[in-house]
Design a protein around this ligand. Sequence first.
Ligand code: ZN
Length: 289
Amino acid sequence: MQDYIIRGTAMDGFIRVFAATTKNLVDTARSLHGTSPVATAALGRMLTAGSMMGAMLKNDTDVLTLNIKGDGPLGGVVVTADSSSHVKGYVNNPTVNIPLKSAGKLDVGGAIGTGTLTVIKDLGLKEPVSGQIELISGEVAEDITYYFAVSEQTPSAVILGVLVDRDYTVKQAGGLILQVMPGANEDVITDLENSISTLPAMTTLLDEGKSPEDILETIFSGYDVTIHDKIYPSYYCNCSREKTKIALQSIGKEELTAILEEDKGANLHCHFCNKDYYFDEADIKGLIV
Ligand code: ZN
């Protein structure tokens, strides 16, 4: 199945919904970074959340960054997304392996540890808008739920799942973000909470062949769901030699002169797609003007 995100509303417009299937983009990230299963799950959950949160951005040029810094063996996870749900990301230690939790589940919270989640939105204003929370569990979905409640004052349910196959490829990945709009009736919210609490794991449903539309039907059984549009997220890195050159030039004449004297060149590595850009002596001389 192709990756896609359903954007819609439910319960007379009082609930905003995003439902995503993201197996392909998560598997692209896995193969680019050579991630271990627990690292694939952590990065995949963040990429899935990022793809849906990117779809919440209003302008084409808006960019969202999700940055988890943890004290666990995985270190940090960084994901950025644009309003077309192009996402990219990386983890600090892609090959980390830690014991499974009971029930054979990957221990994403244990790999991340304690720390912070920072959400930065570059909306083309003078300064980016950012919000930071202490991690609740490091399991990502709970942390993003807490971020929405505290930093955006939006009660939300966030469900994220990555199922890693025996050969370490991604078997299923997906997620849901359900947000309560102002004025929603308490009974409606209670019904929704009950429905979510009995919902099987997202990846179980996807693995049974359920589509994001089917999953929304299950959650909102007996209520209306209106689908507004379908978005096709993908793993995409927009780095280029030209952009890297501008970044290198921005470090200033003094630093560039030092690089020239010490190393006769500079290799700049893109953490998101693992491309290397090499600038030789002549290139760097050209940057010192
Ligand atoms: Zn790149």
